[in-house]
Design a protein around this ligand. Structure first.
Ligand SMILES: [Zn+2]
Length: 294
């Protein structure tokens, strides 16, 4: 009896190994830092890639630390696509040490970064040099800048997997067309409404504002809650400019935004800069900003 079942048992024991082996043979395991990058890499890699994300949904990308299981997963990864966000500066060397053969592709290469905006920049321009001390990392929120990032992703995939070069090139071309359509759509939303402003807690939308000629007024200053005097000055500013909606993102506390909203008779609304459904989210955010600017 046992002898009959033995081959079946052996087969069952090895089955999971075989299927994970097969998956590893078919797809290229890659890592990205944030969810919108997963959207970009999947557009170019299609079903040839298996994308893992370092900063999972809901986490704060600026203060993130990887989990031990993620370090283990990294050791089996072929490519890491960086985007230039803070935690990479601290962790990239350790990621490389965990897997020296892993290809590191800098998707922000060729992009000129702007300084992070702070509310007091409007009123008290900081001394030369200081304003440039913090580079704005939120380059994934502007379609023209995403066009540069996807070309870097395409080139990275081709160097890791030259056999499928034509597929990556065709996918990239297709996605570039989609990005052009989206860019035109967003331009039309803000057409003829130059220099309109929106207030946000965390200044994630600097490149978005730059691309569509809008002005972002941040509540947070250099990663910190505003001091009481700054909060008063923000309330004053919001009243003068009839800003009634203060945008917050789900990863941050809304408390100081609520103080301003209450004092100006406005309200707090959510926009997510890290949504995985990248294109649809940008459309939704654009509509929310426009509605707030009436
Ligand atoms: Zn941010």
């Amino acid at each position: 009896m046992n002898r009959v079942f033995l081959p079946v048992i052996i087969w069952l024991i090895f089955l999971p190994c075989l299927s994970s082996e097969a998956k590893a043979l078919n797809t290229i395991p890659v890592f990205v830092s944030i969810l919108p990058q997963k959207y970009f890499v999947q557009k170019i890699g299609g079903n040839l890639v298996d994308v893992s994300v370092m900063v999972r949904s809901g986490a704060d990308a600026h203060t993130f630390e990887p989990k031990p299981q993620q370090m283990i997963a990294l050791s089996r990864t072929k490519i890491y696509f960086t985007i230039g966000i803070e935690f990479e500066k601290i962790w990239l060397q350790r990621f490389h040490a965990a897997n020296p053969k892993m290809l590191i592709i800098r998707t922000d290469s060729g992009i000129k970064k702007i300084p992070m905006r702070a509310y007091n920049n409007h009123h008290h321009p900081t001394k030369a040099g200081r304003a440039n001390s913090t580079e704005d990392p939120h380059i994934w929120l502007s379609p023209p800048l995403v066009m540069i990032q996807v070309q870097n992703i395409r080139d990275g995939l081709i160097s890791a997997d030259p056999d499928n070069e034509l597929i990556y090139k065709a996918n990239c071309q297709q996605f570039m067309e989609e990005l052009n359509v989206l860019d035109d759509e967003l331009n039309r939303i803000f057409d003829g409404r130059k220099d309109l402003q929106f207030m946000v807690f965390h200044p994630s939308w600097g490149y978005f504002a730059q691309t569509y000629n809008l002005r972002q007024v941040p509540v947070e200053s250099e990663g910190k809650f505003p001091k009481p005097a700054e909060l008063q000055s923000l309330i004053q500013y919001a009243r003068e400019h009839r800003i009634r909606i203060i945008f917050v993102q789900p990863q941050f506390s809304a408390s100081s935004a609520e103080v301003i909203a209450k004092a100006t008779g406005g309200h707090v609304a959510f926009v997510d800069p890290l949504a995985e459904n990248w294109a649809e989210n940008l459309r939704e955010v654009a509509r929310k900003f426009k509605a707030a600017m009436r």
